[in-house]
Design a protein around this ligand. Sequence first.
Ligand code: AOF
Ligand code: ZN
Length: 361
Amino acid sequence: MRRALHLAERGWGRVSPNPLVGALVIRGGVVVGEGWHEGPGTAHAEVVALGQAGSRARGSTLFSSLEPCDRYGRTPPCTRAVIEAGVARVVVAASDPHLGPAEPGIAELRAAGIEVAVGLLREEAEWQNAAFLTHVRTGLPAVTLKMAMSLDGRSAARDGSSRWITGEEARADVQRLRAWADAIVVGAGTAVADDPALTVRDPRFASASAPLRVVVSASGRLPATGHLFEGPEPTLVATTERSPDHSRSDWEAAGAEVQVCEADATGGVSLPALVAALGKRDVQGVLLEGGPTLAWSAIRDGVVDRVVFYLAPILLGGTQAPSAVEGAGFAPIAAALRLTPRSMDRLGEDLRWEGDVHRHR
Ligand code: AOF
Ligand code: ZN
């Protein structure tokens, strides 16, 4: 199953709105077929693996990281392929809520006399498909907050300069996160200060559709210039009733879409409202790339599911240098938002810290 999860990973950045899925066919202790899903419209992992196995699939065990589908979507049902191939046993990591709560794919296989076991490495499989699963279950996207900072927690020097805090490997890893995302969100301050393009340029993740670029400008002071308003990738400006008409028409004239969202208590764009609107347009994974004010709003309003922080071995100091997360902050200590650590990795000289926020929804 570990191998199946590993194979699934090869679809990274390409499969949305479908899940990452990997599958293996094993007979007599030997792998006779392997497959992974490459994206919407292409064959499902199980079908690829069974195709490779050919007649050797008879009497075999199929491992799949997700419950085989039981219906026609863009491609025919996997259950039929499994039954027709004469597979004897199926081992599944996670069930597919898109098929409904009753695990109909598994039920169909069992009804055909196939032995089915569910739940092997379930937690890893669900972690791998967190965006797909969250969106299917709640209609809301999964939100990852990414920030780069000095070892003393500064996201920029006191003069505002922030390029580059982290090294090349950490920046390449950000490309991986962007490839995962269906939408990348930044605040207007970051858009103006850093002039980011918010594109996936890494050929490893040449993805079928570029993530939607979202800039949050509640007041409308964001100028309609810079990399975000260039290139073929779509851009959305999220604003409030407060922004003047001329700002909106400038953004539109520069090719962006404008979305007027509810305001939060501080007059900013309500991030829960923005995230819900993104979910409605089939965005499953959202990457929040800062800045520190937007990061605070997102944390305060409980829209963050996962945190990826890159820590560089530099010290910036300075009361005027912005922290990774600004705003009012939590107090006292006991009120802090506690995260569950998931992984800590060295990327060159930097450290990547990844963890989960526990939300109830
Ligand atoms: C599987 N194996 O490899 C994947 C599955 O439009 P389609 O035909 O691609 O179907 C998409 C749905 O199938 C998707 O929403 C999810 O429920 C499931 N994905 N199922 O058996 C796979 N990628
Ligand atoms: Zn399928």
